[in-house]
Design a protein around this ligand. Structure first.
Ligand code: ACO
Length: 326
């Protein structure tokens, strides 16, 4: 049974943190950040604004565009590595915030790849007939898990949420044509938040909160990102019978402009057909590709009938891709 994307939504907090602002916090400068990453500014959630609040706002916009009432949502999947609480799942708070009392709700943890992992899971559950629709959300409050004294990571990340509504496709709808995902658990050390889990609980005796912040070996991650994203995108392009010239838009994970340029080159897709917004939001992990997809959709960069390739990469290491006819 074909499954389509019926609506998208996103939410970005109001507060903007520019590269100039970061120059006052750590030993960095705008030129280094822009030339190494492409990032100029990022959004930071307000105190009291949690991942579930941002997720709910993005989700409500996606539902509105899809023309589906929250009360009729059957499945909510939130992809996040910055949940409101370790338990219950952030998706349970989202269910409460939007009033989707009939929905089954759970989280998945696949870092920056989480939104496309959710898409594959939801697509399969809908095509199997278990649910007739799903609200999938990538949402992160990374600012709570950043060591603001570490210039190698604090300049890279931001907060936000993006969402999509999936449902059974009718004859006039688009279709999710192919999905692909992968994991390499040998590389867990390259990118992680070491503290806060059972391996290293943050306790009164062990109160160093920096343990519960993101640590990354950026150069190593970079190499894996380019290889895995290219391979993953190529698989969904081949499985859906597309050629590079058929692709109207590639919407990649928004981590680094140099990674995105390298992937565009290797896929033989011109840069004008690759969507970027990391200049404004930085890397929002699971939210990034979902926010980019919503912006591309709402600004007309994607039109009905277009073929779109989504491709992501993150901690795990994890990667995933999807080919969609809009
Ligand atoms: N400002 C100024 N200088 C800096 C900064 C900074 N903010 N950060 C690092 N430097 C310095 C380093 O100390 C180093 O100095 P040295 O040569 O004297 O030792 C120099 O700049 C070069 O550092 P590198 O780490 O080699 O820089 P690189 O070109 O590799 O860029 C970056 C770093 C941007 C992190 C890049 O490696 C990258 O984007 N990696 C991939 C990130 C990614 O894709 N993550 C995946 C998803 S994230 C998730 O899943 C949550």
């Amino acid at each position: 049974m074909p499954v389509c994307i019926a609506g998208t939504g996103s939410y970005l907090p109001e507060k903007i943190l520019t590269n100039a602002d970061l120059e006052k916090i750590v030993d960095t400068d705008d030129e280094w950040i822009v030339t190494r990453t492409g990032i100029r500014e990022r959004r930071i959630a307000a105190d009291g604004e949690f991942t579930s609040h941002m997720a709910a706002k993005a989700g409500e916009k996606a539902l509105e565009q899809a023309g589906i009432d929250a009360a009729d949502v059957e499945l909510i999947i939130v992809a996040t590595i910055t949940p409101d609480t370790l338990t219950p799942a952030t998706a349970c708070y989202v269910q409460q915030h939007i009033g989707a009392q009939g929905a089954v709700a759970f989280d998945i943890s696949a870092a920056c790849s989480g939104f496309l992992y959710s898409m594959k899971i939801a697509k399969r559950l809908i095509s199997d007939g278990a649910f007739s629709n799903a609200l999938i959300i990538g949402a992160e409050k990374l600012s709570s898990f950043i060591n603001w004294e570490d210039r190698t990571t604090c300049v890279l990340f931001g907060d936000g949420a993006g969402a999509a509504v999936l449902r059974k496709a009718g004859p006039d709808d688009g279709e999710i044509l192919a999905t692909e995902m992968g994991t390499d658990g040998r590389q867990t050390h390259l990118l992680n938040i070491p503290g806060g889990g059972s391996a290293c609980p943050i306790t009164i005796e062990n109160a160093d909160k920096r343990l519960a912040t993101l640590a990354m070996l950026g150069k190593e991650v970079f190499k894996h990102a380019v290889t895995r994203m290219r391979q993953s995108a190529e698989k969904v392009i081949e499985r859906s019978g597309l050629k590079p010239e058929d692709i109207a838009l590639v919407v990649p994970h928004q981590a680094n402009l140099r990674i995105i340029d390298a992937i565009a080159d290797r896929l033989s897709v011109p840069k004008e057909r690759v969507f970027t917004n990391l200049q404004h939001y930085g890397n929002t992990s699971a939210a990034a590709v979902a926010i980019a997809l919503d912006e591309a959709n709402r600004t007309g960069a994607i039109k009905k009938g277009d073929h779109v390739v989504l491709v992501v990469f993150g901690a795990g290491l994890t990667w995933a891709a999807a080919a969609v006819r809009w």
